[in-house]
Write a protein that binds this ligand. Structure first.
Ligand SMILES: C[S@@+](CC[C@H](N)C(=O)[O-])C[C@H]1O[C@@H](n2cnc3c(N)ncnc32)[C@H](O)[C@@H]1O
Length: 245
């Protein structure tokens, strides 16, 4: 099911997004460097956002046709602005769940988007069916224990845990049995709770799930004080996947 709330949230943050997501830029770099060298002709990026990864793809493969998909019009606009001098780029304003891979797609890339897809297992099964033989799927997502420190803090000080959900690796392993997966944990220390929350909001964490519940003002005040006192680092658990059919 398409997550309208998440789409609106991403759109709202589009023009500030790059100021808060250093970690996404680093992940996009690592993902791009690990694409096995080959002349890919038809490349698709799922959830391109403001183009952190798209710019790297366009630079590495200037002769390829690049299709960028995102359900947020504003995110796509920012991306289009950055890639305005690049030819051979198509922009698709739609949910990846309804997007059909162009014929002969030989590389599908996605960075930090798939963990927001509500029925991820169903989507991956459909994606696999659309991928032709030899098509490579290369991606990075946040997994299960990401931001556990934030969950622990919320539980300890409000008795409730935030509705953040990140998928488990076995969703991918069940569908793509021959996939290769690498793991990375990044620990980030934020100057303040406000800064952490802005980052969370910008990358979609504040409305990622349709069952999302917000904290009351009183609970938020308690959380701000507890966070700023203890200054916990936040850990991001990332999976990098490389799948070839
Ligand atoms: C956290 S951003 C990551 C953007 C970019 N790949 C990066 O690394 O900075 C996630 C992006 O995925 C898009 N997105 C999330 N779910 C989507 C879906 N189901 N269909 C299309 N786009 C989606 C959002 O609009 C947003 O632009």
């Amino acid at each position: 099911m398409m997550n309208l709330k998440a789409r609106q949230a991403f759109s709202k943050q589009a023009w500030h997004y790059d100021n808060y997501v250093d970690i996404h830029a680093e992940i996009a770099q690592r993902l791009m460097h690990s694409v096995p060298p080959k002349q890919y002709r038809q490349i698709v990026e799922l959830g391109c956002g403001t183009g952190l990864l798209s710019q790297l793809i366009a630079k590495a493969y200037p002769l390829s046709t690049l299709t960028l998909v995102d359900f947020s019009k504003d995110m796509l606009q920012v991306c289009q602005h950055k890639l305005s001098t690049n030819e051979n780029v198509n922009y698709q304003h739609q949910a990846i769940e309804t997007f059909m891979l162009p014929p002969n797609t030989d590389l599908v890339l996605s960075s930090m988007c798939l963990h927001w897809v509500e029925d991820l297992a169903g989507y991956l099964a459909r994606l696999k069916n659309m991928m032709g033989k030899g098509c490579r799927f290369h991606f990075a997502i946040l997994t299960q224990n990401s931001l556990q420190q934030w969950r622990d803090l919320c539980l300890a000080f409000t008795g409730r845990s935030p509705t953040l959900y990140f998928p488990e690796i076995n969703i991918f392993q069940k569908i793509f049995r021959s996939g290769q997966f690498e793991f990375q944990t990044k620990n980030v220390m934020y100057q303040s709770c406000q800064h952490f929350l802005k980052t969370l909001k910008n990358f979609g964490g504040a409305t990622s799930c349709s069952a999302h519940q917000t904290f009351s003002i009183r609970e938020m005040k308690t959380l701000l004080a507890a966070f700023n006192l203890t200054k916990p680092y936040m850990s991001y658990d990332i999976i990098y996947g490389d799948i070839i059919l």
